[in-house]
Design a protein around this ligand. Sequence first.
Ligand code: SAH
Length: 346
Amino acid sequence: MEAKKKDIRALTKEQLRDFFVSQGDKAFRGNQVYEWLWQKSAHSFEGMTNLSKATRDMLEANFVINHIKVDQMQRSNDGTIKNAVRLHDNLVVESVLIPTSSRTTACVSSQVGCSLDCRFCATARLKRMRNLNPDEIYDQVVAIDNESRLYFDRPLSNIVFMGMGEPLMNYNNVLKAIDKITSTEGLAMSPKRITVSTSGVPKMIKKMADDGVRFKLAVSLHSAIDEIRTRIMPFNATFTLADLREALEYWYAKTRSRITYEYVVWRGINDTQKDVDALVDFCRFAPSKVNLIEYNPIDDGEFQQASNSAIDMYVNTLERNGITVTVRRSRGKDIDAACGQLANKQ
Ligand code: SAH
């Protein structure tokens, strides 16, 4: 039986160079192929026109290029685009293009499903099926960059890891993808325009700080009171607020990069003065700002968006305490593309 062909995009540039040397060719050939794979997003060896036919055939015999395929594209009436992305093994993830007047933001997935169990999130119900490979993350970004150029006449400007999955549970691959995205051999995007959003894995937040990453950090906080946070995000029983806080202090000390807290206010869950006071206290540990996100209902109504007066109380209290707060309206709700709604409904 024919040996299973390797995924060529799992190789580093060095490994590609070594491969060509092992074939009696020049190392430089590895650079050429690398450029085809990453900068030019080639989908086939045949299209690598500066290689000889013999070289292309040799690559074909040894490797595959596993590209994602945008199976289905839905456009919201607010301009948001949702891609259903089919992977080489037929699993599907979703990614979203969010346009504003001046920016295009890509919201990308890091896992198929999710290993965490946030009670208000549709993706949590899918369970984690597998981690995405670096190239599968990178390809989602390239697809959205292309769509941005096509439909909005401008390149992609920002990336948020707020699609399916917990990026810090797939840290190595997320980091490799970001390396490609920011490299001049990839998309040459500034890391300042990339935000990794985590539900808060303390050990990994510290590791990121140690690794000297330069992208931004957002934490899905939703409550600064352990008992309540554990009720809505059960993994908080293991990764407690005290541990999270310590990790965030460590992060700020090392990176000097302000943290964004994402926060949904729900009726009867975290909509009292006591809740906002706890948030204010939490915000004092490291320079931070708060993004109040609108709740996107996923089902039966256990969770409901809080009243406008509760939101006003949050905004007023935070502002009075000198904490920057923004209230973010949802985008793409009509096509289930908003935060927490990604669940491969099709
Ligand atoms: N696992 C990462 C990234 C994915 S979730 C994280 O937890 O940060 C992206 C954001 O959407 C998170 O802030 C998450 O808490 C929020 N979210 C999840 N379900 C939601 C819902 N139904 N409505 C609004 N926001 C939701």
